[in-house]
Design a protein around this ligand. Structure first.
Ligand code: IPM
Ligand code: MG
Length: 355
């Protein structure tokens, strides 16, 4: 089959890791008889330098016209050290989520046997942990009105606003995701304090009877933050609002000890966006040392969720597993025998073609 993929490499190590995912996708295309056509879009600091806009109109159009978006990373230190900068590369993420209607962010957290020793947690706690954070991505305090600052500058405010339909669509997606996995869903909120969380919990309760096969429980976000560390294996699918999900998904991403391996998907109304969880890692940019596996695994999610190519996604994951088992890996995983970013990409593509 023929598919259009928008390629948005962005800043820092984005371009080099995306290139490896493209090698892998091309190997899949060759092996399974598909055709992937790529169109390049400018985003982030690069786009600011060239057009003044971190998410130019042309890039949005390229995304709209594609079947899926493969995204690298955005961010540049020159913006981090300038809190007054009017245009920031991160704005692209918020603009892209809103304009493409990406209301769900999916971050799977799974462990790799050969990397468990890198976890900050004890082996017995993390071994076998396997859960997914489903975060609402276009509502809540990130987008609520009113927001701003009083004229004297001494008071600032944001609003956590949720509408019922926003809670319903993310909850439906999370229930369905749980159905494809371990059939357990944990709804995380702060209903003991926040009105928006009470609407959230009420809505989940109303929907629960439609999913009698799913074991549902509720947790306050502070407790959830604790349980993710204390007993990560208790979770299967977590569904939560935008800001809680931002915080919990970062917390969850480090317990496996392999941030360089974690993929994500943002899906919703228009084209889905697939990107590694790690950032732009500017210190490593252009050095061919960054771990491309998170982006490669994001490409696997792209195959599965946007193109419905389930076997192809499995083939990509199998190649990643094989590379880790063989120890063919970048320096973050194995300092002594470190392989280059591009070598790992070549290895994976070759593995897929030979499998
Ligand atoms: C993320 C990031 C973004 C967010 C920032 C960079 C705007 O932390 O994707 O999790 O807070 O959503
Ligand atoms: Mg975050």
């Amino acid at each position: 089959m023929k598919f259009k993929i928008a390629k948005l490499p962005g800043d820092g190590i984005g371009p080099e890791v995306v290139e490896q995912a493209v090698k892998v996708l091309n190997a899949i295309a060759q092996k399974y008889g598909h055709e992937f056509e790529y169109s390049f879009g400018l985003v982030g600091a690069h786009a600011i330098d060239e057009t003044g806009d971190p998410f130019p109109k042309e890039t949005l159009q390229i995304c709209m016209d594609a079947d899926a978006v493969l995204f690298g990373a955005i961010g540049h230190p020159k913006f981090d050290n300038d809190p007054k900068a009017k245009v920031r590369p991160e704005q692209v993420l918020l603009a892209m989520r809103k304009q493409l209607g990406l209301f769900a962010n999916i971050r799977p957290i799974s462990t790799f046997q050969s990397l468990i020793h890198k976890s900050p947690l004890r082996r017995d706690l993390v071994e076998g942990a396997d859960f997914v954070v489903v975060r609402e991505l276009t509502g809540g305090i990130y987008f609520g009105d009113p927001r701003g600052r009083t004229e004297d500058g001494n008071t600032a405010f944001d609003s956590m606003v949720y509408r019922k339909y926003e809670v319903e669509r993310i909850t439906k997606l999370a229930f369905e995701y749980a159905r494809k996995r371990g059939k357990r869903l944990t709804a995380v909120d702060k209903a003991n304090v926040l009105a928006s969380s009470r609407l959230w919990r009420e809505t989940v309760q109303e929907m629960a009877p439609q999913y009698p096969d799913i074991e549902l429980d509720y947790m306050f976000v502070d407790n959830a933050a604790m349980q993710i560390i204390q007993w990560p294996k208790r979770f299967d699918v977590i569904v939560t609002g935008n800001m809680f999900g931002d915080i919990l998904s970062d917390e969850a991403s480090v317990i496996t000890g392999s941030l360089g391996l974690l993929p994500s998907a943002s899906i919703g109304v228009h084209t889905g966006v697939y990107e590694p969880v790690h950032g732009s890692y500017p210190q490593a940019a252009g050095k061919d040392i960054a771990n491309p596996l998170a982006t490669v695994l994001s490409a696997a999610m792209l195959l599965e969720l946007s193109l419905d190519l389930v076997d192809e996604a499995k083939a990509v994951r199998a190649a990643v597993d094989a590379s880790l088992q063989t120890g063919f890996a970048t320096e973050d995983i194995d300092k002594e025998n470190a392989k280059k970013t591009s070598e790992v990409g070549d290895w994976l593509a070759e593995y897929i073609l030979k499998a």
